[in-house]
Design a protein around this ligand. Structure first.
Ligand SMILES: [Zn+2]
Length: 118
């Protein structure tokens, strides 16, 4: 087994790094966050920038992990914004609304309040 560490993601917080690691472990990939206080010789060049580098130890894992993280990001984005097409009662214009922004929003065209909840 190669001991080369590959940085697959640089997280802004340790919490974010831990979420990424547990997601990867659920999918059978061992990952670790670099301990900035005790980086060790493998981490040369990874600690001189901001953030918490998430590392995997094999090239094949790095490729799989990158794909898994893309999937993870897509799922997160899907939760954050779900668009719904609503027709305004007042002016009849159809607009897309992000339901994550709240149940009551205003029409892009005429500014009337719209209830976008189901
Ligand atoms: Zn309108």
């Amino acid at each position: 087994m190669s001991m080369e560490s590959i940085c697959i993601r640089r997280c802004n917080t340790i919490e974010e790094a831990e979420i990424v690691i547990s997601w990867l472990e659920e999918n059978g990939i061992d990952a670790t966050v670099l301990d900035r206080n005790n980086p060790g010789p493998l981490a040369f060049g990874l600690t001189d920038r901001e953030g918490y580098p998430v590392l995997v130890t094999q090239d094949a894992n790095a490729k799989k992990a990158t794909l898994l993280l893309e999937e993870h990001d897509k799922q997160k984005a899907a939760i954050k914004s779900e668009f719904r097409e609503i027709t305004c009662d007042k002016c009849g214009m159809q607009s897309q609304f992000d339901i994550a922004r709240g149940a009551v929003q205003s029409c892009d065209n005429c500014g009337a309040f719209l209830d976008i909840s189901e």
